[in-house]
Design a protein around this ligand. Structure first.
Ligand code: FAD
Length: 461
């Protein structure tokens, strides 16, 4: 049998094998010979350049089962793609198969039960669009194009985190295709161990083909940006730090060192108040009068508008390299360090974000889910973003030097969702005290480590 362009170093695949996969496959099987291949292997971070032998764009659970079994039969390494937003490009692989869920984008709201069933190719925007129709929202992230699947499995922090918890805290059940091609339900009542692991354990245990979430009555929020010139950064961050720690949980707010659209370095506080609007106006007054800001764009808005407020700052096709760490504390010296390094960013697209999540998620027991780091301090995200590939070294060096400088202030804990290309030590630290239990679970559900192109947990021996 003649070999074709799909032959991969890992798979050594033949045309007949691909034809067999295509036979009865509900979605699309894309090979390097197909015209849509280059588009299909594109993900959000343009720094990632990988060439899978096959992209199995699944239409439903049956396709996922076939893709998993096919990969096993042919010894292919497999990547799982949800929204394609993982900064390290874990949604792609070289030579193997991408189990691509991006065409599975159904969202089904049950307004009476306040639950939402979501397919794994959905972006946050897909979910918000449907839930908003009923005045509901699922706590998720802050950029509408992010995939809900990867975000949920890593925990999920966003504009509702302080009031309603992590995304994974609002998960009721999942349908999962395991490494041996079985379809399982994971919930508090069925396969409860697996359900524990899916809430913070990343993509280690199978392909989640549907998520059932609890939704909350959130429709109009008081949100937006407050912006000051960069030379006020130290004062603004210190004020933000002191203010947010005592603010009601209806308020989630991040401080950010960014550039304005016309290229001016600035410091911003981005707020989302999800309670009564009049009360929010009162609560936010000390932030809004501080300085005062050069720009105050805080206003009542539909929740989906809040969710897409930052989309423009993270456009498709830029190059990205991210670092982050939780801090022991955000003392004045740490603030000064953050500002000094932010001021050295070589790209106006790069950003530094200080985030605070304590609230509802802190009250969930430390061992109730796999998400380990619930005693939240401030988290600092150091996001290098640029467009010219020739500048990559310079921008990654900036993020690395920044991260090294923050080491003395780091608590040694990391948010799994923001772990970029890190070594196993950092990944292990991101799983924290849950790691050993996750390793046991991995041994039970994926003993050969079939799902390994992720923030990987090695099966226990
Ligand atoms: P993909 O890149 O598609 O997949 C990444 C990995 O997730 C895969 O390798 C696989 O291991 C796993 N995975 C994906 N889908 C499945 C599935 N159905 N079943 C099993 N495993 C699966 N995180 C936050 O918590 N809060 C934020 O506010 C936030 N904002 C972000 C903003 C931007 C611009 C970006 C780029 C990222 C942001 N993140 C945020 C991080 C984000 O949550 C993670 O990158 C997450 O992995 C993205 O999910 P995805 O489905 O798009 O991932």
């Amino acid at each position: 049998m003649p070999e074709t362009a799909v032959t991969g170093r890992t798979g050594g695949m033949e045309e007949a094998a691909v034809a067999a996969l295509r036979e009865g496959f509900g979605g699309t099987v894309i090979t390097p010979a197909d015209p849509g291949y280059d588009q299909a292997r594109r993900i959000w971070n343009a720094s990632i350049e990988r060439r899978p032998a096959l992209i199995a764009r699944c239409a439903g659970t049956a396709d996922v089962v076939r893709a998993v079994r096919f990969a096993r039969e042919h010894g292919l390494v497999a990547a799982v793609r949800g929204g394609g937003h993982n900064v390290a490009g874990r949604a792609l692989c070289d030579d193997g198969i991408v189990i691509d869920l991006s065409a599975m984008r159904g969202v089904f709201v049950d307004p009476a039960a306040r639950t939402v069933r979501v397919q794994p190719g959905c972006t946050l925007g897909d979910v918000d669009r449907e839930t908003h129709l009923f005045g509901l929202a699922v706590p998720a992230g802050v950029v509408s194009k992010t995939g809900i699947a990867g975000l949920t499995l890593g925990g999920g922090v966003g504009w509702l985190v302080r009031k309603h918890g992590l995304t994974c805290d609002n998960l009721i059940a999942c349908e999962v295709v395991t490494a041996d091609g079985r379809v399982l339900t994971a919930s508090a009542d069925e396969n409860a161990d697996l359900f524990w692991g899916l809430r913070g354990g990343g993509g280690n245990f199978g392909v989640v083909t549907s998520f059932l979430y609890r939704a909350h009555p959130v429709s109009t929020v008081l949100g937006g940006l407050l912006v000051w010139p960069r030379d006020r950064a130290g004062d603004v961050i210190r004020h933000y730090r002191d203010f947010i720690a005592d603010a009601p949980e209806e308020l989630t707010a991040y401080a950010a060192l960014v550039h304005t659209p016309d290229g001016q370095p600035a410091v911003a506080v981005i707020c989302c108040w999800c309670g009564d609007i009049a009360e929010g106006e009162r609560v936010l007054q000390p932030l809004r009068s501080f300085g005062p800001p050069a720009m105050d764009m805080v206003q009542p808005m539909p929740f989906p508008a809040m969710q897409s407020l930052l989309d423009g700052a993270f456009p498709d096709g830029t190059r990205n390299y991210w670092k982050s760490t939780f801090l022991k504390d955000l003392g004045d010296d740490a603030v000064d360090l953050v500002v000094a390094h932010a001021n050295r960013a070589g790209s106006p697209l790069s950003a530094v974000v200080i985030e605070y999540y304590a609230g509802a998620a802190s009250r969930v027991g430390g061992t109730d889910t796999a998400f380990a780091h619930r005693r939240f301090g401030f988290n600092v995200g150091m996001m290098a973003q640029w467009t010219d590939p020739a500048e990559s070294d310079r921008h990654t060096a900036w993020a690395r030097a920044f991260f090294d400088a923050m080491r003395p202030h780091s608590s040694g804990a990391y948010l799994l969702n923001f772990v970029d290309e890190e070594g196993q030590d950092t990944i292990r630290a991101a799983f924290g005290a849950s790691y050993e239990r996750l390793a046991q679970l991995k041994k039970k559900y994926d003993p050969t480590n079939f799902f390994r192109l992720n923030q990987n947990v090695q099966p226990a021996i």
